[in-house]
Ligand binder design. Structure first.
Ligand code: C5P
Length: 227
């Protein structure tokens, strides 16, 4: 890989492999990995901790000024507390998809994400951002926009393996239901949804249902080199 600074946006549905592929790609490019979903998860986690009703838009938005999110050495800090593991919980994932519906939440988080990305790019670093709207909102001028996807059953299987690895119990049917429900919520919302026809938004669509992790990264690297 050359030393050029790339801005790469990877969006896609739940458990499509973004969280595995994006950090590895960032490492390969010696760039910054920006996990935007972590921020929505932090907002939901803070609401749970403070007993804030996630269905109440005003209450959720009122806590935004009380939270500070930082990425430090691959850890995610919420008001200086390391919440890297806590935000992985399925209940937080479902909650994050709820708070992600709200305009005030999105405005604040997208502003912050853009700031982080622009700072890195201005210092000559590559940025690999992943989420739902990184190509449409966070890095609209990205050098490469990837829509990473896989069959719902494949994604549910991968998510179940991650849950089991953490020592938690869950059954396949419930995980699949949650995957489909969160995808619907993320795709049908009014503000900055996960787009349904990615080709029309300049994305390179990559279905990795039958690809290994390495094959997926190689396909992206080949695309970067050929573009
Ligand atoms: O990517 P991850 O599953 O951690 O994201 C958690 C939730 O945060 C998503 O289901 C989605 O509702 C929200 N999100 C978003 N926009 C992003 C990233 C995540 O709305 N750019």
């Amino acid at each position: 890989m050359d030393n050029k600074a790339y801005s790469i946006a990877i969006d896609g549905p739940v458990a499509a492999g973004k969280g595995t592929i994006a950090p590895k790609l960032a490492r390969r490019l010696k760039g910054l990995y920006l996990y935007t979903g972590a921020m929505y998860r932090c907002v939901a986690l803070f609401c749970f901790k403070k007993g804030v009703d996630l269905n109440n838009e005003g209450s959720v938005e009122s806590i935004l000024s009380k939270i500070n999110i930082e990425f430090k050495e691959e850890k995610i800090l919420l008001n200086n507390e390391d919440v890297t593991e806590q935000i992985k919980k399925e209940i937080v994932a479902m909650g994050s998809s709820k708070v992600a519906l709200y305009k005030g939440v999105r405005q604040k988080l997208v502003f912050y994400q853009k700031e982080i990305a622009q700072k890195a790019l201005s210092e000559g670093m590559s940025v690999v951002a992943e989420g739902r709207d990184t190509a449409t909102k966070v890095l609209p001028n990205a050098s490469l926009k990837i829509f990473l996807t896989a069959k719902p059953e494949t994604r549910a299987k991968r998510r179940l393996a991650q849950i089991k690895k953490r020592g938690e119990k869950e059954d396949f049917k419930k995980v699949l239901d949650d995957v489909v429900k969160r995808d619907q919520q993320d795709s049908k919302r009014k503000i900055d949804p996960l787009v349904q026809n990615p080709e029309n938004y300049g994305y390179f669509v990559l279905d990795n249902s039958d690809l290994s992790e390495k094959e997926t990264i190689d396909a992206i690297v080949a695309k970067i080199k050929n573009d």
